[in-house]
Write a new protein. Sequence first.
Length: 177
Amino acid sequence: MPGSKPHPTLTTDRLILRPLTIADAAPMRALLNDVDIARMVSRIPHPYGLDDAHAYLAHLQSADPSCERVFAVQSDKDGLMGVVGLDPRDDGAVELGYWLGKPFWGRGYMTEAACAVLQWASGAWGRRFLVSRHFADNPASGRVLTKAGFLYTGEVRRSCSLARREPVSSRMMVWLA
Ligand SMILES: CC(C)(COP(=O)(O)OP(=O)(O)OC[C@H]1O[C@@H](n2cnc3c(N)ncnc32)[C@H](O)[C@@H]1OP(=O)(O)O)[C@@H](O)C(=O)NCCC(=O)NCCS
């Protein structure tokens, strides 16, 4: 059963992917209170306060581990750098999502993190099929997803963006183990 497995810590060449804890609230808030991140994701408000971080981290404590797993992305040198997670969607599919603090963009970190999470998801977590999406004006995320093995379905949906306060065109993708 996927849900019965403990939340693992994964390591890559440069990164440690570990469970988030309440101690991540302050560094998370410091990185995430950035409109350039918030406007590219669905459910991160802007401005992003410490209360928002605490509410999210509290939610994770009670999340169903059979369909929701979220990892802090960190390095020994930089501490918390971002988050990569797998969340349940309304239709039952599990969706990959992520963000990285701006100081760490453009060095291949999120591709490295996403690939490690996908490898774990298809192995110990037993997933054969995952979905993702990116806003049409976010080609960097499209590159991360294609480098990690996701394929475009061709479908474009309107998705919410809390930070933009309006629906945004999203390009839908799938990944098969
Ligand atoms: C998207 C995000 C996670 C990328 O993280 P990252 O560690 O910089 O990503 P990587 O370095 O692994 O890969 C980025 C790729 O996008 C490419 N890229 C960057 N900006 C681009 C642009 N404007 N147009 C096209 N490609 C772009 C890079 O060249 C790289 O591809 P390459 O390896 O083929 O050269 C990071 O920018 C981020 O957190 N953005 C805000 C939140 C977000 O968008 N989350 C995803 C929501 S779907």
